[in-house]
Design a protein around this ligand. Sequence first.
Ligand SMILES: [Zn+2]
Ligand SMILES: [Zn+2]
Length: 773
Amino acid sequence: MTVRIRTAVRVEGIVQGVGFRPFVHGLATRLGLGGLVGNDADGVFAEIEGDPAAVARFLVLLEREPPPLARIDKVTTREVAPAGSAAFAIAPSPAGGRSRRALVSADTATCADCLAELADRGDRRYEYPFINCTNCGPRFTIITDVPYDRAATTMAGFEMCALCAAEYHDPADRRFHAQPTCCPACGPRLRLLTSDGTPVPGPPGSGPIAAAAGLLRAGQVLAVKGLGGYHLAADAGSAAAAAALRQRKHREDKPFAVMVADVAAARRLCAVSDAAADLLASARRPIVLLPRRPAEAGSAAVAPAVAPGNRQLGVMLPYTPLHHLLLRELAGPMILTSGNVSDEPIAFTDADARQRLAGIADAVLAHDRAIHIRTDDSVVRVFRGGAAVLRRSRGYVPEPLPVPVTFGRPVLACGAELKSTFCLGTRGHAFVSHHIGDLENAETLRSFTEGIEHFRRLFDIEPQVIAHDLHPDYLSTAHAARLAAQSGAELIGVQHHHAHIASCLADNGERGPVIGVAFDGTGYGPDGTIWGGEFLIADLAGYRRAAHLEPVPMPGGAAAIRQPWRMAASYLAAAYPGGAGRAGLAVAARNERAWGTITAMAERGINAPLTSSAGRLFDAVAALLGVRDAISYEGQAAIELEQLADPAEPGGYWAAADGGEPLRIAAAGLVRAAADDLAAGVSAPVIAARFHNGVAALIEGTCVTLRERCGLDTVALSGGVFQNLLLADRVVSALAGRGFRVLTHQRVPCNDGGISLGQAVIAASRAPQPGPG
Ligand SMILES: [Zn+2]
Ligand SMILES: [Zn+2]
């Protein structure tokens, strides 16, 4: 007599839309087991029946060999009565669902199998720019609702042809239940249009891609519809095309990213480490910031106007079949930058693209598959051998991040203002949103509020706690208050730099306490000053301000952010009280007309809020050295100061601290040393390097003092200033040399894009847990 058992299995995680049911079907069939598998609102359920040893084997292999895009969070089993099933079946999806807990996967680069078909003349999807399968293609950007099914995607309007339907229904096929399955007979179509919407005729016998590549080669600017929005494309080798794009986009200086065919092509432009190569070629396909090779004689692969004056270049590999086909035709690097004018959000609907990009693009390569959610390209770099995300969006979102807390009550965290994201937390999951942009105009605000609604629906989260920045004027703060008033949720205000440190802790799976170093441009301080050069003794629940940069006036308030020379005037006034010793500086001569007024504003504190911001300190030195008196994008002066610095220079400046509680650090000492060196004829690259080394030494020295005071030997680094590679590297080396354990960001940005995660875990740590019953 043979013993048969039947085990009910539930799998949670990213298990829908990733080929999980055919995988289970194949595994069970291979092991001679009967039963069924299906999707429901919680994930995948299965019942497995047969010989006990084979059932046990099944459970081992289930977790050991899942499909490439799956991520199993949890498997639970229970024994049920055998039903005599000999065969294995795929159960139909139940309509509706009690809870929408199944996770949605991120958009994924075209897989190797699909690329092989794309290049195969005999395949019915030969050169079809929308080829995809269970293992690749659009996901998050086309999903309109859950459970994930074709009807709940923007592919709903495309009825599958008989051949596609057969593949879709065959459990042995790579396209089994791949929701975006399509082919040239039944799927989306590509069109090349002029900016007013009329079709562009290509050369006889060639399709829109060849015609589009021809326009790029002729130096024209093309709008290209991608996965998460429109890009603007141009031939990266053409100085004229790059300059035209810059001028029409009103983007004077910010570097453009380029797309190249493969890792070998990336290596021709940049130094690519193994870690960077893995990131480039990963299924997430982010923009990877890479150190540029020195321009070789005769090599004009990338025109200087693509990333002027920058040691780094943002490079990505093709991630849609359309990109692959277009790059093959162009046969060289292609500028691929977000489809927008200056700082607006990228265009993602066809009507919006026609309207907003008409003045920029000479032609539009579009298609009729709608984008439901706008997502920008993600940006990543390698820092000390590991990946560090600077912008987390397409390819990463909406995968939940594991966090070191449990959300006893569901939390919505509304983030800050610049590089805005929001975060929804439930149980052990934190869903950090895609990069929304700077919450400064109606369009971004709409993305933000609609994004929150979309995430709430997708993940079935009804927030009972809403966290926000303390800044009363942020649009995110106002939205938090509005939502709380509507829903009755509890509001929790979180200090900006505490959120930065909590974000870094959560990113590393830690709870603290640590010495948190939060250096950035701006954050609301509870004492009425603007913070941004902060040392906090912090854990997830609370913080104490243990040290900070000595506040200096910001003459004219926000105007001092746009005009770094005002910060030079302010810092010089602090560095040379009474005005002695600062005569004859070029920055004063360049701004002669207003210099006296601005200095007086700083000295008398008229319309000059106090700030301890590290970002403003970098601005002051950048202006002092003649790098830049006014900026066209956030952080520009500091970024250019970093590029100027001579990495070989070992010397550094020194800033004194007062020994108080909190410790106050007189960063004006760094500015005075820089001004003295400048007057003595020391070169700007050497001064810039000595300044960086001085800031690193200031952080090192302060952490040592705080360790003596509080006994903590772990330091968490956060805030946008640590995007500065030179500084971050020097600080980590110096702290490690002093025996500190140093935490830096990896999965969420150190800039304000990480704030929402920090707010969420702080709210979870502070909010009372629900009582029993
Ligand atoms: Zn594929
Ligand atoms: Zn078809």
